[in-house]
Design a binder for this molecule. Structure first.
Ligand code: ZN
Ligand code: ZN
Length: 414
């Protein structure tokens, strides 16, 4: 593949059937966070078949890290996540989940198939001797859930040194909100920080007919809810990006009994770390209202992941790689939203960017990520594999010069 640059495109097209088969194999065998054992075995077997990568297994749990190096040069990390979700599939595909209550509803089956495709293409490119440096494939477990210490798969892999020596990192996420062929990029913030709050409003239980002798936490709930829902509109600048959602309220056992406590849980999302901190302060203030009415509260925050901040230099690499591929893609510049992605931990540590690949199937109603109806248009698979392989190729040939430092140095962080 030393011919025209679109040789990467042709190679990706040639792998289309295999990628489809890999994706369907994985789709039918979804495993949730920290349980990706079969998935890990499958990935390792496919990489061993290529015969070029040095594998490390069991990184961050069930993760697979695969290195391929020739000579001195930058080290490009390519990341795919591996886990499924606790969802009962209703997508109607011909290769549905064989694991009850488990489903690849976030497209991570597609991410793995695309990275395996890129691995195949890069193996061929390295064999031709056209690349100098290395690639590191990071198959990451547990993107969707944290362990007992609050660490998701990316955080755990980082603790095990998965980014040592890495010059820059690339990742893709499928995007069912855009048609196949659209590649969505955003410089800077593209996905939000994720924090959970778990609160308990503490009153004093009693008889429903004698409320004056009790401190009713259901009554105390009302001002707290109003204050929580006012945080984004009244306490955060309209120029900033934030969400506070209360997703769970629980309290009471009978119509005529005033309970002692009401539980209130929710999620907080933001782009800017200052806003992230502000939301926490304001949630605390909202709960503290109950004290002026004779109640009390307990409140705990769980910090999950920072906001995903894409490095503009790495997005320039994506744009340059796309321009070297046939014009089957269109770039759409916009942040992805207020969802979370633990690739954010990787993007904090090295220059990195996530590209969002349109994958909306034609001829069926749109279904979002994390829904039982989710499906992806498999024509996105060769596009993603080509984008990853071509981006790595351009760095390892020097066609995309790393902006600062010699080859092997780092591009600047946004
Ligand atoms: Zn997800
Ligand atoms: Zn995902």
């Amino acid at each position: 593949m030393t011919g025209p640059k679109s040789a990467v495109h042709s190679a990706a097209q040639g792998l289309q059937e295999e990628m489809r088969a890999w994706r369907r194999h994985l789709h039918a065998r979804p495993e949730v966070a920290f349980e990706e054992h079969e998935t890990s075995d499958f990935i390792a077997a496919q990489l061993e078949r290529l015969g070029a990568f040095q594998l490390r297994r069991g990184v961050g749990g069930t993760g697979v890290v695969a290195d391929l190096r020739r000579g001195a040069g930058p080290l490009v990390a390519l990341r795919a996540d591996m886990d499924a979700l606790p969802i009962e599939e209703r997508s109607g595909v011909a290769f549905p989940s064989q694991h009850p209550g488990r489903m690849h509803a976030c497209g991570h089956d597609g991410h793995m198939a695309m990275l395996l495709g890129a691995a195949d293409i890069l193996t061929q490119l390295f064999a031709e001797g056209s690349l100098a440096g290395g690639v590191r494939l990071i198959f990451q477990p547990a993107e969707e859930a944290a362990d007992a210490q609050g660490r998701t798969g990316a955080a755990r892999m980082l603790e095990e040194g998965v980014l040592e020596g890495v010059s820059l990192a690339l990742a893709l996420h499928v995007n069912p909100y855009e048609p196949t062929g659209v590649v969505q990029l955003a410089d800077g913030y593209a996905m939000a920080s994720v924090d959970t709050f778990e609160g308990v409003i503490v009153g004093r239980g009693g008889h429903g007919a004698y409320p004056d002798l009790a401190v009713d936490p259901i009554w105390l709930l009302a001002p707290v809810l109003t204050a929580l829902h006012g945080i984004v509109s009244r306490r955060v600048s309209p120029l900033e990006t934030a969400v506070v959602t209360v997703g769970r309220v629980a309290g009471g056992t009978a119509p005529n009994v005033i309970p002692a406590e009401v539980t209130l849980e929710g999620t907080m999302r933001a782009y800017d770390p200052r806003i992230r901190a502000l939301l926490e302060t304001e949630v605390e203030r909202a709960f503290s209202l109950v004290r002026s009415l004779g109640g009390d509260y307990r409140l705990r925050f769980i910090h999950e992941s920072p906001a995903l901040r894409n490095a503009p230099d790495v997005n320039r690499l994506y744009v340059q790689a796309l321009s070297a591929l046939p014009k089957e893609t269109r770039i759409h510049l916009a942040p992805f939203g207020l969802g979370g992605e633990d690739f954010a931990f990787i993007a904090e540590a090295v220059p990195a960017a996530m590209a969002f690949l349109g994958c909306r199937p034609e001829g069926r109603p749109p279904a979002g990520l994390h829904t039982p109806e989710f499906d992806l248009d498999e024509r996105c698979l060769p596009i993603g594999a080509a984008l990853l392989a071509e981006s790595a190729r351009q760095v390892l040939t020097g066609e995309f010069p790393l902006p600062s430092g010699p080859r092997g140095g780092a591009v600047s962080h946004a």
